[in-house]
Ligand binder design. Sequence first.
Ligand SMILES: [Zn+2]
Length: 187
Amino acid sequence: MTAGVTEPWRATAKDPMRFLGGYPADVLDQVRAMVAADKLGAHIARRYPQRHTVQTDRALYDYTTELKQEFLRSAPPLHKVGYDARLDTAQHALGLHTAISRVQGGKLKAKKEIRVASLFKDAPPEFLRMIVVHELAHLKESDHNKAFYRLCEHMEPHYHQLEFDTRLYLAWRELESTQSKGSDTTA
Ligand SMILES: [Zn+2]
């Protein structure tokens, strides 16, 4: 980074850069430069100007099942899909997939469930798709291994770009909210 540029993101537990952990240093430098120049929000808005209309748990269930029918027909059926306000970025959980096993009539039955953090209700359609694709892929692969990411790319060819941009979006949201809370600084 250039000396003399004020670093707006301090390395605290709430550092928005944590969303981008694991990406190469030069990429992170570009992000920091965009933040320092106050251009990140405009960058995201230009690339992702739309908002989706999947606003209820029922709509999210249909949306997810449709994707599953198209790409993962053989995966076990989903019992429940919904938005969850308790999932948030503080816990680093944007989506969740669970399989609750119960003995039913002498047989072991697994109930598959997908939950998506509520913040994705008000997000570009591409980011919702990315998170749903991610959780659907977990129906087949529990780890983030090569097979998992192949599956994600099979469902969404731009998966990797979208995951990066979703993380950028989350960092930007957090940055915005901390800036509006610290109201004693000049805007
Ligand atoms: Zn995952």
